[in-house]
Design a protein around this ligand. Structure first.
Ligand SMILES: [Zn+2]
Length: 148
């Protein structure tokens, strides 16, 4: 296979804050599901928080969900936050991924009045900081979608 810049999925080349949070192609969050009781966790865990079982499998979480709750992070979080120094406020929310779990996430929207409980949301990757060579490192966020 030859790399063909400008075509095909590019997400796999995207650098992230923690690759273990994502499926290999970076198109979904990677959680775990316990085969004993069906509970899901994100990030992945070695033991089930519900039944303490440890028989788990990786599960790609749904890319779309609904906004469950949110707040606004109006100041730069303290260490160990590693985001850019030039801080911009961002929304923090809980998004319910149907049939799986509610995930705590950064929101792309920064204007609270544009958000409403139950609105459809979709997973995206957003720049979080630059690495030592100036390349962007990404984290996950959810953005409102209107077409579902
Ligand atoms: Zn369990």
């Amino acid at each position: 296979m030859t790399a063909d810049a400008g075509s095909g999925p590019v997400a796999a080349a995207v650098r992230t804050v923690d690759d273990s949070l994502f499926t290999e192609d970076r198109t979904a969050l990677l959680g775990s599901r316990y085969t004993t009781c069906g509970a899901c966790t994100f990030p992945r865990q070695d033991g089930c928080p519900r039944c303490t079982g440890d028989a788990m499998e990786d599960v790609a979480l749904p890319r779309r969900g609904r906004l469950w709750s949110w707040t606004s992070q109006g100041f730069r979080p303290k260490t160990p936050y590693t985001g850019t120094e030039s801080y911009e406020p961002f929304g923090v929310g809980y998004v319910e991924l149907p049939g799986h779990l509610i995930v705590e996430t950064r929101l792309v929207e920064t204007t609270p009045s544009n958000l409403e409980i139950g609105m459809p949301m979709e997973l995206v990757l957003v720049p979080f900081r630059d690495d030592d060579y100036g390349w962007p490192v990404h984290t996950f966020a959810f953005v409102a979608v209107r077409d579902v």
